[in-house]
Structure formats: C-alpha cells, structure tokens
Design a binder for this molecule. Structure first.
Ligand SMILES: [Zn+2]
Length: 252
C-alpha cells in the first residue's frame, strides 16, 4: 500500500508540474496576440483618421471656393451700385437692378451653403480630434504592452526552463513502466493525465466508475485507469494531504 501511495504521489507531482507547464506555455503563446489585436485596432483608427483628414480637406477647399465666389460677386454688386448712380436710362437701370438682385440672391444661397458646410466641417473636425486622441492613447498602450511583454516573456521562459528541469527530476523518481503509461496518456489525451475519484466519480470525465473497478481502486494495490476516459485514477480518500487533493483536481 505505501509503495502504491508513494507512486501515486510522484505521479501527482509530475501532473502538477505539467499543469504549470501547460499554463505557462499558454501565456507565452497568448501574450503576443494581445499586441497584434491592439495593432489591428490601431490600424483601423489610422485608416479612419486618413479618411477624415481627406474629407476635411475637401470641405475646406469647398469653403474657400465659396468665399471667393461670394467675394467676387460682392465686388460686382458694389461696382454696379456705383454705376447705378450714373445711369439715366430707365431700361438700363432696371436691367442692372435685376442683375444685382440676382447676384445678391446667389450670394445669399452661397452663405446658406457655407453655413451648412461649416457645420459639417465642425462635426468632422471634432470626430478627427477624438480619433487623434484615441490613437495617441493606443500608441502609448502599445508601447507599454510591448515593454511589459518583453519582461513577461523573459520571466515566463525562465520559469518554463526551471519547470522543465523540475519535471526531469520528477520523472527520474517514477518507475519506467509507470512513467511510460503516464507519457502515453499524456500524448493522447487532453491534460490532466492522473485524476482523483470522488464519490465513485472519475474527475477526468465525470462519469461513475464501475463498482468492481472502484473496489479494486480502494484496495490501493495497483495503478488503475478509468475505464471510460483511460486516465490514471486514484482514490481521494487515500490521501490525507488536502493540498495534494486540491492541486490535483484544480485542472480536472
Ligand atoms: Zn474518467
């Protein structure tokens, strides 16, 4: 019994190391994705920034053109007013009055157009301002993420190295046939490899193990596999140390 318990404990140690290794490898794989996602959002914002800037340029050009036209016609109106004083023929006078009316009318329309344009320009400019702010914020975040990532990656790789060394040590304590059973399962099933049985239920697949297997398991003579999921199983009641139990089931 005590040899059996000892072997199970060694397997649990190996399992705990594998849990940590898997977690760490996930962190190492996932961390750069956060930066890539941020870069994608940043690129979207920059495209919007570009589009808005172009739109604003066009609006400003239209405004400039309108102002020139207004100015030009205002000059014409002024000239006409001066000429009007000197005209004596009524026919000519009326013609010029009509022309001035038309010019004034056109300019009033232009002024309205200009107002609408300025409103549009204002809206677009506000939008661009907030996008510029957002881009600035994101670029800062990007820089911080990049720096943190480098530190985090370095730490994670060192920790991983250490865990793998510990794993080598843990492996050497386990008899070869048992270790190869463990490694065989590890290569074919999702983590974990060894799981507790609680209340007759395998914590690897959450299915009741058959009564005969359960009786065998309780004897604590040989290392058994769950008939359903094939993971190595142990009876939780065999272990007094609650820490082993807690850690061993944290990934079940
Ligand atoms: Zn199972």
């Amino acid at each position: 019994m005590s040899l059996y318990i000892n072997q199970i404990e060694q397997l649990i140690v190996l399992q705990q190391l594998d849990d940590e290794i898997i977690k760490l490898e996930q962190i190492i794989n996932e961390a750069p994705k956060k930066i890539t996602a941020l870069e994608e959002r940043l690129n979207t914002q920059k495209t919007q920034q570009q589009d808005l800037s172009e739109k604003i340029d066009i609006l400003k050009e239209q405004e400039k053109k309108l102002n020139e036209e207004i100015e030009e016609d205002n000059t014409k109106i002024k000239k006409s007013k001066n000429k009007l004083m000197m005209i004596t023929k009524s026919k000519e006078y009326h013609a010029m009055m009509r022309e001035m009316d038309n010019l004034e009318k056109t300019n009033r329309m232009r002024e309205e157009e200009k107002l609408a344009l300025e409103e549009d320009l204002n809206t677009q400019q506000n939008l661009l301002d907030s996008i510029n702010e957002e881009i600035e914020r994101m670029e800062q975040e990007h820089q911080e993420l990049q720096q943190n990532l480098e530190v985090q990656m370095k730490e994670s790789r060192e920790k991983l190295e250490e865990l793998k060394n510990n794993r080598e040590e843990a492996k050497h304590k386990i008899p070869k046939p048992i270790l190869s059973r463990y490694e065989f399962i590890r290569s074919r099933l999702n983590n974990p490899v060894i799981v507790p049985v609680e209340g007759g239920v395998c914590k690897g697949c959450n299915i009741n193990i058959p009564p005969q297997s359960f009786i065998e398991l309780q004897k604590g003579e040989q290392i058994l596999s769950c008939p359903n999921c094939q993971r190595l199983i142990y009876w939780r009641e065999h272990f007094e140390n609650p820490e082993i139990n807690a850690n061993a089931t944290s990934n079940a």
